[in-house]
Write a protein that binds this ligand. Structure first.
Ligand SMILES: *Cc1c(COP(=O)(O)O)cnc(C)c1O
Length: 360
């Protein structure tokens, strides 16, 4: 803190991301990255955009990312999505930041679960938005009835983070339909891992002008390092986001991100193959941890949320770390005895299991 800091900077309580260790030999299961490489077509498109001498980088990118919006609209064309329904940003974290400012800042407090993505309260602090933390049920499920009360907006991830629990689409629709005067934001960062037939809320967008669905290419498309996220909603909601974006940064997505993002959206085979592999490993790891005595919250994401009745979570996390495996432990009320473990490759899951057997 110094006298040069603004009043805003003084008050901020920033988000703390999971550790990105410099050591490469670690089994890194702490930030829900995809264990598989991205689409080869995306990598080739990025290399193509860079070209022999990188000369295109001399020029600004398309400020609107129109090619990427078109590719996203085409992926969801069967749900009635067109480019006017798509907003793109530098990672879904940036998209979410604009959502808080453009659509969730009203007189009344917004609602989100007590256990959820810990960036939401940070955005509330940044934009001075009041919120009410709505407790999850004891089994960590979201209780739809608790969101049928006056509010300035609603946001939660589905599947929720860090629990991994999925709220059925009918319950999402009930919340959206019961709140016609406020925006309901469903953060679907992990929805592609939920099931073979993805239970996304995107098809509801055509019927509900107050629904905004946020996605990222960081998890199911293995592109966390590229920083691409998007939102799908009624054209009026998208316009509000564009107004904030164009008052903040004209070129949030660089040329490589646009080129790679387009190719990744177009490579459906890679998307389906890798998300299936992650879902299969999740089911296998769940069975294996169960046999080691772990309690596991049913997960529809690329991570599982677990606890061991005989072992303290912080102790377990540091014992794993001594064996070069890192997982995420949140020192927060209700969940301080849980660990969030990202689904890794089969080799990484095997390494995790043998370390756990040793510790137990
Ligand atoms: C990972 C994650 C994001 C952010 O993803 P980026 O696109 O990489 O910024 C957003 N919401 C939730 C719930 C996440 O877990």
């Amino acid at each position: 803190m110094s006298k040069y800091w603004s009043a805003v900077a003084r008050k901020l309580i920033p988000y703390v991301p999971g550790e990105q260790p410099k050591l490469s030999q670690l089994v890194k299961l702490n930030t829900n990255e995809n264990p598989y490489p991205p689409s080869e077509r995306a990598v080739a498109a990025i290399a193509g955009e860079l070209g022999e001498d990188g000369g295109k980088l001399r020029l600004y990118p398309d400020p609107n990312g129109d090619r990427l919006k078109a590719a996203i609209a085409s992926f969801y064309a069967a749900d009635g999505v067109s480019a006017a329904n798509v907003f793109v940003g530098n990672g879904s974290d940036e998209v979410l930041a604009h959502v808080f400012q453009a659509l969730l800042k009203h007189e009344r407090p917004i609602l989100f679960p007590d256990i959820t993505y810990s960036f939401y309260p940070v955005y509330c602090g940044l934009y001075e938005i009041e919120h009410v933390a709505v407790p999850l049920a004891d089994d960590f499920s979201i209780v739809a009835d608790d969101y049928l009360r006056p509010n300035g907006g609603i946001i939660f991830p589905n599947p929720n983070a860090p629990t991994g629990r999925l709220l059925p689409l009918a319950e999402i629709e009930r919340i959206v339909a019961s709140n016609p005067d406020s925006v309901v934001v469903i953060d679907e960062a992990y929805i592609d891992f939920a099931a073979e037939a993805v239970p996304t809320a995107i098809p509801l967008v055509a019927r509900y002008p107050n629904l905004l669905v946020v996605h990222t290419l960081s998890k199911s498309r293995s592109l966390a390092g590229l920083r691409v996220g998007f939102a799908i909603g009624d054209a009026q909601l998208i316009e509000a986001l564009e107004r904030v974006k164009n008052s903040f940064n004209s070129y949030p997505l660089d040329r490589l991100a646009i080129a790679g993002g387009v190719a990744a959206m177009n490579d459906r085979v890679h998307y389906d193959t890798t998300r299936r592999a992650v879902m299969n490993s999740r089911e296998q790891l769940t069975r294996d941890l169960h046999s080691l005595g772990f309690d596991i919250v049913p997960s529809a994401a690329n991570f599982i949320f677990v606890r061991h009745p005989q072992l303290d979570a912080a102790t377990l996390a540091s014992a794993l770390r001594e064996r070069a495996i890192i997982v995420r432990h949140f020192r927060l009320p209700r969940i301080d005895q849980y660990l969030r473990i990202t689904i890794g490759t089969d080799d990484q899951c095997t390494a995790l299991l043998s370390a756990l057997r040793e510790i137990l």
